[in-house]
Design a protein around this ligand. Sequence first.
Ligand code: ATP
Ligand code: SF4
Ligand code: MG
Length: 356
Amino acid sequence: ERVVLEARAVSKHFPVRRGARSLLGGPRLAVHAVDDVSLRLRSGSVTALVGESGSGKSTVARLLAQLYPATSGEILLDGRPVRAARGRALRAYCRHVQMVFQDPFASLNPVHTVRYHLTRALRIHDRAGSGRQDLERALTELLERVQLTPAGRYLESFPHELSGGQRQRVAIARAMAADPRVLLADEPVSMLDVSIRLGVLNLLRDLKERLDLAILYITHDIASARYFADETLVMYAGRMVEGGDSETVTQRPAHPYTRLLLASAPDPDRVTDGGGEDDRGGDATVPEEVDPSSVEPPSLISPPPGCRFHPRCPMAMERCRTQTPPRFDLDGGQWAACWLYDTPAGAPGAQPAGAT
Ligand code: ATP
Ligand code: SF4
Ligand code: MG
């Protein structure tokens, strides 16, 4: 397992158009969608990125896919910084780093067949071969890879003739046509029937193992992260708050937000989407006593100072309201960005590692 794709202290701020919302009076407002995020994706490994709606998960994926530039920070492929890739360089990058989206129906063109979608992807990435036979072989191989067999049954189908799960498999096959090293899967199963989610996750796991893929698995559902991901990262309000191997993070969560997520996690058999709440009008005032579930996620236009979770945190201390907690390293590779772990070096369970 080596690091293929890395983000170092990446931030993305979206300028807010004036007059877009009534509460915006002053100039130069921005949505702090992602702040100071660092992560590493390793070959042959699934990394889950978990967090509630609006926490910045998709923005992280789009930054990694170079769909737009970061406001600050660096993205590295194989240890080399990727700066504003364009033209040929961008195409090479996209070959290595492919994306799969939540809604396979929206990502496939309804007027084209599976054959068209896959052939086009193979051609774009120069993998269609030279003759008719090469192409047929490549198409069959792709469909077999995503377990749509016999290939002949699916090649001439239109998206509406397939089930949701089959469509998502086609979308995955299309991503695989590039022969990528990294797959960014943004809630790949949340629109699918509960009964077929596991099948698609198992397929992704199989691809990871056979092709040594690095997979970023974005989800609301921390229970599925435990099942499916080697490593789990937790985001809250644009920041990364905890990370570690999935078993540890889900069994012994360190960050109060991760604990809240786990406490409210639906049981894994009926995982559903948290519903895309769009209106995040939370404020940054600090109630005396907090029932975390009753407090809205914070506004990302003026995020709470200090720890962004402090308005909802039952453990909040004075310093949490003003000082941003750095990452503290815990045992076994786990870490948490939380002042609770700012204990003297050598204290059981937590050793401060300083700022990242
Ligand atoms: P969900 O789970 O609902 O998909 P998410 O964690 O993927 O949420 P993002 O889509 O990354 O969250 O959005 C993070 C924040 O950035 C949100 O407040 C969102 O409104 C804002 N945002 C995302 N894209 C843009 C954009 N292009 N312009 C302005 N704001 C944006
Ligand atoms: Fe809670 Fe403070 Fe830790 Fe933030 S830093 S999660 S407010 S204890
Ligand atoms: Mg999203």
